[in-house]
Write a protein that binds this ligand. Structure first.
Ligand code: UD1
Length: 438
C-alpha cells in the first residue's frame, strides 16, 4: 500500500494547475448510459474513482476508450450495447457514487440492478431519496440479497420535492427525468456546480432542462438523446485544497485553471483568517500567507455555502491560526475522522457532537498517520506540510481516489513529498477492499 513521506517547513511558491472535477466527471460518465451514441468527455481527472466508474460501465457492456499518453484526459464512452445493466457489489463498495447509474439505467434499459452502497467512513450514506423519486416516476423497486432492482417500461414525469438536498440524488433523478414521458418538476435540488455541469452535458445531448443550477428544475422528457462532446469544469475542491496549502505554508501560490466563481465561500473564509487572496483573471487565484493567521469559524452547508468537502482541509489551517475556530459539520454525521490524527501531530482540537473546537496556533510535529477518507487525507497532507520533521501518511489510496498526481503537483511548487510503494498509475488494477467515501 502506498505511503507519502512529507517533510514539513517549505512555503509553497509558484503556479499549480487544477484538474477536471471528479464529482462532475462521475455523473457525466453515467449520462453516457442514456444514449446509444458515443459521448466524449474532455478534461477528465486521472483519479481512481474515474477508473472505477470506467470499470463499472465496461462491466455493463459499454465500450470505454481511454487514450494513452497526452490525450489521457479525453475519454469516449459508447453504451450502444448494455448487455448487463447491473452495478456489482465488488465495484459499488469502493465508490458510493456508483448509485448514479441507477436512474439512467432504468430510463434507458427499463431495468437496473444496483448493489446497495451501505455505510462508509463518514457515516451512513442512504440512497432513500433516489429510490423515492424513482418510485414516484413509476418504477417498481425491490430489494433482495443486498441489491436494489428497479423496473419501468417508461418512467413518467412527476413533481418531485427533495426532503433533503442531495447532490447525487439530484443528478440521478435528473438523468431519469430526461427520458421520462412528460414533464418532471424537481424542487429543492442541489445547486452545486457539478449538477450544472451534468445538466449542460445532458442539454448538449438533446435534453430539455430549465432552471439548471437553481433549486427548481423543469425537465421535459424526450424519446431519445444523441451523443455529445463535453469539457468537464475544473475541480473546485482540489482548487480549494491548493489555496489552503498556499495559506498554511505561508507561501505565494497561483492556482491556475480554476473557476474563482465556484470558490466564493472558501476564499471569503481564507481572507477572514488573514490570508491574502486575489483573483487573477477568469481562471486563476493567487494566495499568500499571512504574518499571523487568525481563527475563523466555519459551518458546512450546501452550495453556495462552505463545502463539507473542504472542512477537513480548513481544519488543518485552523490549527495554525491564532485563537479559537469553531468547525461545524452539518452535512455528514461522522466527518471528523481526521481529528484524531491531527491531534496526534500536536493539534488542539475537541469534538462535541457536530462541532470541533480548534485552538491555535499549535506546533505540529511530524508523525506516522493514517488516512481514513479522501478529504481527511488532504487534511493530513496539509498538516504534514507545516509539521516539524518527516511525516509518513499511510493508506494514500484514499487520496488517489480524488487528487490527480498530487505529489507531483505539490513538489512542483516546493513541497518535499515523496511516494513510497508502487507509483500511482491511472489504470491501477488492484481492487481496494476497504469501504471508501464519495
Ligand atoms: C456528493 C459528493 C460528495 C460531497 C457531498 C455533499 C459526489 C460524487 N459526491 O455526495 O463529495 O461530500 O455530495 O456535498 O458528487 N442523503 C439522504 N438520502 C439520500 C441521499 C442523501 O439522507 O438518498 C443525505 C446524506 O446522508 C447526507 C446529505 O443527504 O447527509 C447530503 O448527501 P448527498 O448530497 O447525497 O451526498 P452525495 O451526493 O453522496
Amino acid at each position: 500500500m502506498d505511503k507519502f513521506v512529507i517533510r514539513g517547513g517549505n512555503p509553497l511558491v509558484g503556479a499549480i494547475r487544477v484538474s477536471g472535477a471528479k464529482n462532475s466527471a462521475l455523473p457525466c460518465m453515467a449520462a453516457a448510459i442514456l444514449t446509444e451514441d458515443p459521448v466524449t468527455l474532455e478534461n477528465m481527472p486521472q483519479v481512481r474513482d474515474i477508473e472505477t466508474e470506467r470499470r463499472l460501465l465496461q462491466s455493463m457492456g459499454a465500450e470505454v476508450e481511454l487514450r494513452e499518453g497526452e490525450a489521457q484526459d479525453r475519454t469516449t464512452i459508447c453504451c450502444r450495447a448494455l448487455s448487463d445493466p447491473v452495478a456489482k457489489y465488488e465495484i459499488v463498495k469502493t465508490m458510493r457514487a456508483s448509485s448514479l447509474v441507477l436512474g439512467p439505467l432504468v430510463a434507458r434499459a427499463g431495468m437496473a440492478r444496483v448493489a446497495m452502497p451501505g455505510g462508509c467512513a463518514i457515516g451512513g450514506r442512504p440512497i432513500d431519496l433516489h429510490i423515492k423519486g424513482l418510485e414516484q416516476m413509476g418504477a417498481a423497486i425491490t430489494q433482495e440479497h443486498g441489491y436494489l432492482e428497479a423496473r419501468a417500461d417508461r418512467l413518467r414525469g412527476t413533481h418531485l420535492v427533495f426532503d433533503k438536498i442531495t447532490v447525487t440524488g439530484t443528478e440521478d433523478l435528473l438523468m431519469a427525468a430526461v427520458l421520462a414521458e412528460g414533464e418532471t418538476v424537481m424542487e429543492n435540488c442541489a445547486r452545486e456546480p457539478e449538477v450544472g455541469d451534468l445538466a449542460a452535458l445532458l442539454t448538449a445531448m438533446g435534453a430539455q432542462i430549465e432552471g439548471a443550477g437553481t433549486s427548481t428544475m423543469r425537465v421535459r422528457g424526450v424519446t431519445g438523446l444523441h451523443g455529445a462532446q463535453y469539457h468537464i469544469h475544473p475541480d473546485r475542491i482540489e482548487a480549494g485544497t491548493f489555496l489552503v496549502a498556499g495559506a498554511i505554508t505561508g507561501g505565494d501560490l497561483v492556482v491556475t485553471g480554476c473557476n474563482p466563481e465556484h470558490l466564493g465561500a472558501v476564499i471569503a473564509k481564507l481572507r477572514e483568517a488573514g490570508a491574502r487572496v486575489e483573483g487573477m483573471g477568469a481562471d486563476a487565484v493567487r494566495v499568500r500567507g499571512a504574518e499571523k493567521l487568525r481563527g475563523a469559524d466555519i459551518s458546512t452547508e450546501e452550495y453556495p455555502g462552505f463545502p463539507t468537502d473542504m472542512q477537513a482541509q480548513y481544519m488543518a489551517l485552523a490549527t495554525q491560526a491564532d485563537g479559537m475556530s469553531l468547525v461545524t459539520e452539518n452535512i455528514f454525521e461522522n466527518r471528523f475522522m481526521h481529528v484524531q490524527e491531527l491531534v496526534r501531530m500536536g493539534a488542539n482540537i475537541k469534538v462535541d457532537g457536530k462541532t470541533a473546537t480548534v485552538r491555535g496556533p499549535a506546533r505540529l510535529s511530524a508523525a506516522a498517520v493514517m488516512c481514513s477518507d479522501l478529504r481527511a487525507s488532504a487534511s493530513l497532507v496539509l498538516a504534514a506540510l507545516v509539521a516539524d520533521g518527516e511525516s509518513i501518511l499511510d493508506r494514500v489510496y484514499h487520496m488517489d481516489r480524488g487528487y490527480e498526481r498530487i505529489e507531483e503537483k505539490l513538489s512542483g511548487v516546493g513541497a518535499q513529498i515523496q511516494r513510497l510503494g508502487n507509483l500511482f498509475a491511472p489504470r491501477m488494477s488492484e481492487t481496494i477492499s476497504e469501504k471508501t467515501t464519495a
